[in-house]
Design a protein around this ligand. Sequence first.
Ligand code: ATP
Length: 350
Amino acid sequence: MPHRIAVIPGDGIGPEVAKVGVRLLERLGLPLQFEWFDFGAERYLKDGTILPRGFLDTLRRDFDAVYFGAVGDPRVPGNEHAKGILLAMRFELDLYINLRPCILIDDRLSPLKGKGRNELRFTVLRENTEGLYTGTGGVFKKGTADEVAQEVEINTRKGVSRICEAAFAFAERRGLARVCMADKANVLLHGHGLWRRAFADTAQRHPAIQAKAMYVDALAMDLIRQPEAYDVIVTNNLFGDILTDLGAALTGGLGLAASGNINPGRVSLFEPVHGSAPDIAGQGKANPIAMALTGALMLEHLGYPQEANRLTAAVEAQVRDGAHTPDLVPLLGGTAATTDQVADELYKRL
Ligand code: ATP
């Protein structure tokens, strides 16, 4: 049976990079069957569709993965369609692991003096279904001088334990020695006390892995000072959001950053970290590498680690001595190539 993949290119540069990603994945000759869906701003503006009724059930029943470009369009106020599409999939498919490798692929991309490929190699597992991102809370006396606003952070023992477990399992699978958990347990005594307890319990089940709990502010400093001290970082939704942007900036920027929204063994969603970048859409300037590396993450999830490595190696060679899009010119020098030129070279390398 081929693996079935739902491709949602979305808005802006999403379709430009999704086209490249699928072409590269097809080149690998694997039993992958792609089905394209047109959800995004265009469709929403035309007939009001965000995600059709029953689509999530179809994904659960008939698909192994979603390969997602980006959503967001200046014509849609507040980008309500984007929230409806992405958040619905993250929450309703229970994609509790947000996996973001922050791995430098070329020394010239590092903004840190003396830190290169050997030093910048950490991966963040961000809890993706709870924390401060559930919308729990409310506003009282809105718009008045007496306004009160409350945002509630949800931490469940089950939710925290399963993301901690996923971090240790990831370290074991990759042969990595260390897992660090980031919290703010010195101030957020209740919720982050729970994180400390759940992390310590999980660590006990994985005695071969070095486990360390840190305050997130100390970790943010240390990631700049000595990134080589970290292999796997596990943290909550908010801190993960911030640390992974730091990680993207340390490893070449948005044009290279890949992510997975995963529930192991179930349909999971893979997307580049960047958004729809309306400022450069339709101009051939989009860097397709984040989408290609996102494809490699998806291949690993589907059980093709060798092909994932092949794709990653082709990307590394491309960044080392191939053409690159304008975003990488300040870091790599040379002249800018188009999305399609980079894609053609990558295709040949594969
Ligand atoms: P969102 O809110 O959806 O994240 P955004 O416009 O705020 O959207 P991005 O779309 O991620 O943020 O883009 C931020 C900037 O980074 C863009 O304006 C663009 O110039 C640059 N950028 C993002 N992705 C790429 C890419 N793949 N290639 C080149 N430049 C990119």
